[in-house]
Design a protein around this ligand. Structure first.
Ligand code: SAH
Length: 263
């Protein structure tokens, strides 16, 4: 649809993943619904609603449906952190989802493993156009902002040299993956997974059901193994917030350029 007013819902699960965005908003108004604060206003000139979903699939599904039904968003993006699930995906890299799957969905033998009952689907596709803008935004963040945004000390601490941007499958479930055993089980059943987290596939399912285009972007905070709890906490404090803000800023500037062409 050309020239219709767009309103972007920006979801994060954790406070650090939303850092700086609310302060950046113009004419911000906060409304509470279902124990969440929905902050509406303009982000870099574009109508937006920012919200913290909290952690897990149910939390984010309720938040996504409310953004669509009560706040009338036309597009949704989710920014957050995730565990690495492939050998070439490293801490500090960015993964943009092309597809998402719920790794803990299992209604077999009634339905095939991973299939969301009555949808006929196990994998949900993100919106191609929004995701490609998101990949571009992530690359621009790495190329233009990364070195001045993340201090050398922090880069050294997390062994982040030149972060890569990946596009592919993200798996979500109601588990923080913190053992190699758990990660191996996911990899065995879903060999293409690049990253594991706890919300993306739920956003994908709700957006699919409401027909809302969405994109999911994740910065890798840990290796989804025994080191995860330590890496994760450190990373959130020192790095995640800067990535999230930087990527979203680049994304909004690309949306601004492409606004009339967004579907
Ligand atoms: N101790 C944290 C709990 C965060 S849960 C707290 O109290 O705030 C982990 C969050 O980061 C989820 O939102 C999830 O989407 C993402 N995540 C990062 N690494 C993950 C991993 N290894 N497994 C699952 N989710 C992960």
């Amino acid at each position: 649809m050309k020239n219709r007013t767009i309103k972007i819902g920006v979801i994060s699960a954790l406070r650090e993943e939303q850092a700086g965005l609310i302060e950046q908003m113009q004419d911000a108004i906060t409304v509470q619904r279902g124990m969440r604060d929905y902050v509406s206003g303009r982000l870099w000139g574009i109508e937006s609603v920012c919200v913290l979903s909290r952690i897990g699939k149910v939390a984010v599904a309720a938040t996504t449906a409310t953004l669509i039904e009560s706040f009338g968003v036309t597009h949704i993006i989710f920014t957050g952190v995730a565990g690495a699930a492939a050998t070439d995906v490293r801490i500090g890299d960015i993964v943009v989802a092309s597809q998402l799957v719920q790794h803990d969905m299992d209604a077999s033998p009634l339905f095939p493993r991973f299939e969301v009952p009555l949808t006929g689907l196990s994998h949900f596709f993100s919106d191609k156009q929004l995701s490609s803008l998101m990949t571009q935004a992530a690359s621009q963040f790495i190329n233009q902002d990364f070195l001045e945004t993340v201090s050398e000390a922090n880069r050294q601490e997390f062994l982040i040299d030149r972060p890569l941007v990946h596009e592919g499958l993200i798996a979500s479930g109601d588990q923080f993956i913190s053992t190699s055993l758990e990660l191996n089980q996911i990899n065995d059943n879903l060999p293409d997974v690049l990253a594991v987290e706890m919300e993306g596939a739920a956003v994908a399912q709700v957006c699919f059901e409401f027909g809302i285009p969405f994109a999911i972007v994740r910065t890798i905070s840990d290796n989804a193994n025994e080191d995860s709890p330590v890496d994760f906490v450190q990373f959130l404090e020192k790095i995640a917030a800067r990535y999230a803000f930087g990527i979203v800023r680049q994304f909004f500037s690309l949306v601004q350029e492409n606004k009339v062409h967004l579907s």
